[in-house]
Design a protein around this ligand. Structure first.
Ligand SMILES: [Fe+2]
Length: 467
């Protein structure tokens, strides 16, 4: 396998070990980075077709006085058991029946549980999340799978979840689910505990859009409704087959709509449209007076999903438009939205300091790519959205994952802290956990992981998970 494709290999081993560290990890850094992503694309006779469908694997990097410890483990899900038995039941873009069939049988069956998008904590529970409302709980120390968590209260629910919940400054988690039925809805809710929901709003919609994340401010929920939509009648027609995502259609004439939901009133207060675009990740949102500022990574259309099939990725056939960080200013009173590019370069997986979620931020961190993308990201970038200044970190041909900022406890400046990112060393054929200085973006330390971690999706840093 060419080294550049090592990020798409199937990692089968599960390890627990201390890591050899080069450089110096700041003494204040204490806690654990938990990351989630596809660990394997083949298992026995079973194989998946799409990067998004790799079997969920958790990785834990723990920082303490004795250095950096590492552990990785597959989630023991129904999807994992099925794959071990030589069967892959399907997911986002793999399988003839898969998620779609499971959506149809939703009330009678257990939805797809390959929760490989992110690891998060809701209330006291650590959960692996994906786009079905069936979460997988795990032990944050051992990464052992504890079982499924399903909400079964009275709040309205949907068959499709948004993979990325948001957290407001009061610590409440906010998310939405899409309900397919005679009338379709986006059901928005808040929770402080996975088994307790407070409904915020239910928005009827003709053709639900595929939305992987959304914007949250202290007073508003902003659903960026891309024109990548599904006709639910087609979705549920008898005999309908094929992978889930292939039922969505790109309808640029609809434009992209910003659904602004007042969290107190529980209703849509504005829904301005702009030109059609697609995107996966909101970097952050906040209120600037009466205007809502939404920083979002956009792509011109939904075609990028097609380029993320494993065969194409392994063949190095990666000619797509990279993400572009854009700023949208939504004025609910005027019913308008305006748009400007923040950074002309290609980006992927943008993040801000968790201390700035729902608040005004100055710095966005992201993987940096060429434009168009021809190589998996070979740098990480720090973008100053006020001045436009961009600082990069690269290390030869090595590839980087999502950069996450960890604030220094007691620090004042927004960028006083470190950035953690997993780097795939293509020559040495293993990964490193790299610690960058949040301000200078210089390397502070790197810790050698004993294997190559396949390119993953998202992580969170948990200060409470100490050695
Ligand atoms: Fe994501």
């Amino acid at each position: 396998m060419p080294p550049g494709n090592l990020g798409f290999h199937s990692l089968r081993e599960e390890r627990a070990c201390d890591l050899r560290v080069e450089g110096e990890v700041p003494g204040w850094l204490s806690g654990s980075l938990l990351r989630n992503g596809p660990g394997a694309f083949e298992m026995g006779e079973a194989a998946v077709d799409h990067w998004f469908d790799g079997l969920a694997m958790l990785h834990r990097f723990t920082f303490g006085d004795d250095g950096v410890a590492y552990r990785n483990r597959f989630l023991r899900t129904d999807a994992y058991a099925a794959a071990r038995a030589g069967r892959f039941d399907g997911g986002f873009a793999t399988g003839e029946a898969g998620l779609l069939a499971r959506l149809k049988r939703f009330l009678l069956d257990d939805p797809y549980d390959n929760a490989n998008v992110i690891a998060d904590r809701i209330g006291g529970e650590y959960l692996a999340l994906t786009e079905t409302p069936r979460w997988v709980a795990f032990d944050p120390e051992t990464l052992t799978t504890r079982g499924h968590v399903r909400y079964d209260g009275d709040a309205p629910t949907g068959q499709l979840a948004c993979a990325h919940l948001n957290r407001d400054p009061d610590g409440r988690a906010v998310n939405f689910e899409t309900r397919f039925g005679r009338t379709n809805y986006y059901h928005v809710y808040e929770m402080t505990d996975p088994r307790n929901r407070t409904p915020v709003a239910s928005v009827p919609v003709d053709e639900p859009a595929y939305m992987h994340s959304f914007g949250l401010t202290p007073n508003y929920v902003v659903l960026t409704e891309f024109p990548f939509v599904v006709d639910p009648l087609d979705f549920f027609k008898p005999g309908t087959r094929g992978p889930f995502v292939q039922h969505y259609e790109w309808k640029p004439d609809r434009g992209t709509r910003f659904l602004v939901i007042d969290r107190t009133a529980g209703e849509v207060v504005a829904d301005p449209r702009t030109d059609a675009f697609f995107g996966f990740h909101h970097a952050n949102a906040y209120e600037d007076g009466d205007v809502l500022v939404v920083d979002l990574e956009t792509v011109p259309g939904a075609a990028s999903i097609e380029t993320l099939y494993i065969d194409r990725l392994r063949a190095g056939d990666l000619d797509v438009f990279g993400g572009r960080l854009e700023r949208f200013r939504v004025d609910p009173a005027a019913g308008t939205v305006d748009r400007r590019t923040v950074y002309e370069g290609g980006t992927a997986l943008p993040t801000v300091s968790p201390a700035r979620w729902c608040r005004r931020h100055r710095y966005v961190y992201a993987q940096g790519t060429e434009q168009p993308v021809t190589e998996w990201p070979q740098r990480v970038v720090k973008i100053d959205v006020e001045t436009g200044r961009v600082v990069e970190f690269a290390d030869g041909d090595n590839h980087f994952g999502e950069p996450l900022f960890v604030p220094r406890p007691g620090g004042d400046a927004e960028d006083d802290g470190v950035v953690l990112t997993v780097m795939l060393d293509v020559a040495a054929e293993h990964s490193w956990l790299v610690v960058l200085d949040g301000q200078s973006f210089d390397e502070r330390a790197r810790a050698a992981v004993p294997h190559a971690i396949p390119f993953d999706f998202h992580g969170r840093f948990f200060p409470e998970l100490v050695p």
